[in-house]
Write a protein that binds this ligand. Structure first.
Ligand code: BG6
Length: 501
């Protein structure tokens, strides 16, 4: 969707002294400002518990941007749009003071009563804040009122429903923007374009030509300071319920009739509805969990998960998940989607591999050389690009086949600078474009799928730790694919190259 006009808006960031605001939101807003995508008619009220003056807050904002960007010529001008309110989330008076402040800024900055409420804080307060926003009059404006809400959106279907009911008392579904920052990533957004703008892929994009799809999102980092949250979450809730299932939905959905949020989301919902539930004994068969033990990454000794701060020394929480999903519809019947994600793995990498079926007869077979299957690899991060793996003639005498790669790397194009996910998502929300945010139906269906697995895992003790830090996860994850005659394409062999071989 194209956005032409610069938004006029008052943004309230709840959790303005927190990590997310610091690392992502302020720098992203600044990027938009620098690119002249924000008009003079914007103002930000940072809301958090601790007492700060406007000047102190502006200094914090400057510092966060100074860290994130090299040059920052418009910084003073930009931060003059920032104000601070010290807040008590459960006190109506505090909301009323905030509202008076906002009404004043609305006049001063000509924001036409448009308000964007960003909840960038601990999820236990989401419901309370949403209810107060309505009850204390902050949503009573003549412009738009939109709520951006960070994950986790509940920790299972029941808690997500409860949270949804609370926020729905104050906001309509179309005004709720549930962030999944993977949907702001360049190459995740590119999935639709690759699929629907290329005549050579769409006809092959089905169970007649694709043998399996592999999605890997591996991280080198551990849980850092987030042990307390992570203990209640684990990799299944933290990564699979949202990011990975969203990628699955984008890869598997039918072409929407138009590139409009409602149409795209409804196609994604159909995929999630078609996911075959994995329940009871099947969970152990098709889903693998892991937890990292001590190890070495880049020569540095890494402690086991159970020794991380705020983690139970006998923790049963998984830091790795691999699974096999099936989508029961005409297009995908019989094609496994393998997913895996984990912390403290060998490399930081998110990649999607679409493996095509073998050709019916291999004319080039000989003892030395088998043909490789064709692969389409979508490199999501850290490098961004696409690689198509083909077979071509080996240079020289005879007719032998050898694998070649056709690669496109984003970074190779004129120093193209990919916007940060949050920059795009904030901008979309200011323009009322919800395409890259998750609809409630998607959230509910994803929880429904994931709950079946977590119920089984929570009621059985795992043999953890079962993979060393700095590896590719537990061996059971390889066995999962081997049982179907496949293997994970090694990340190191899939690297994107910026020209044709
Ligand atoms: C977040 C998870 O949603 O995504 C984190 O809570 C994880 O645990 C992060 O580290 C990964 O994001 P990215 O963009 O670095 O792949």
């Amino acid at each position: 969707m194209k956005h032409t006009e610069k938004p006029k808006v008052l943004i309230m960031i709840f959790g303005a002294t927190g990590d997310l605001a610091n690392r992502k939101l302020f720098p992203s807003l600044y990027q938009l400002y620098e690119k002249n995508q924000l008009s003079e008619h914007f103002v930000v009220i940072g809301v958090a518990r601790r007492a700060l003056t406007n000047e102190q807050f502006q200094e914090k904002v400057k510092k966060s941007i100074g860290n994130a960007n090299g040059k920052n010529s418009k910084l003073d001008e930009f931060t003059s749009h920032f104000y601070y309110h010290s807040h008590d989330v459960s006190d109506s008076n505090s909301y009323m003071v905030l509202n008076d402040l906002a009404n004043g800024f609305d006049q001063q900055y000509g924001t036409e009563g448009n308000r964007l409420f960003y909840l960038a804080m601990a999820p236990e307060f989401f419901g309370t804040i949403a209810v107060h926003l309505k009850q204390d009059g902050l949503t009573d404006v003549k412009g738009f009122k939109r709520l951006i809400i960070e994950k986790p959106f509940g920790r299972d279907l029941d808690s997500a429903k409860e949270l949804n009911q609370q926020i729905r008392t104050a906001f309509d579904e179309e005004d709720i923007y549930r962030i999944d920052h993977y949907l702001g990533k360049e190459m995740v957004q590119n999935i639709e374009v690759i699929r629907f703008a290329n005549a050579i892929f769409e006809p092959l994009w089905n169970n007649r030509y694709i043998s399996n799809i592999q999605i890997t999102s591996s991280e080198v980092l551990g849980v850092e300071e987030r042990g307390r949250y992570y203990e209640t979450s684990g990799a299944l809730r933290d990564m699979v319920q949202n990011h990975i299932l969203q990628i699955v939905a984008l890869l598997a959905m039918e072409p929407p009739i138009k590139l409009e949020p409602r149409e795209i989301r409804s196609e994604k919902v159909k995929v999630l509805r078609a996911l075959r539930p994995i329940q009871g004994n099947k969970v152990h068969k098709y889903f693998i969990r892991g937890q990292y033990g001590a190890g070495k990454i880049n020569g540095e000794a890494i402690p086991a998960y159970r020794n991380e701060p705020m983690v139970d020394p006998n923790s049963n929480t998984e830091t790795f998940v691999a699974g096999r999903l099936l989508i029961d519809n005409f297009r995908w019947a019989g094609v496994p989607f393998y997913i895996r994600t984990g912390k403290r793995m060998r490399t930081k990498s998110t990649k999607i591999v679409i493996q095509f079926k073998d050709i019916p007869m291999n004319l080039y077979y000989n003892a030395e050389q088998q043909l490789n299957p064709n692969l389409l690899v979508i490199h999501v991060q850290p490098e961004e690009g696409i690689t198509l793996h083909l077979n071509a003639k080996k240079t020289g005498q005879g007719i032998n086949a050898t694998p070649v790669k056709l690669s496109y790397a984003n970074s190779g194009i004129n120093g193209y600078n990919t916007p940060e996910s949050y920059e795009r998502l904030l901008y979309d929300c200011m323009h009322g474009d919800a395409t890259n945010f998750t609809h409630w139906d998607e959230v509910a269906l994803s929880w429904n799928f994931v709950d079946n697995i977590s119920h089984v895992w929570e009621s059985s003790i795992a043999h953890f730790p079962n993979y060393e830090s700095g590896t590719v996860g537990p061996k059971e994850s390889d066995i999962l694919l081997a049982k179907d005659g496949y293997y994970w394409w090694p990340i190191s062999e899939l690297e994107v190259e910026s020209n044709c071989n």
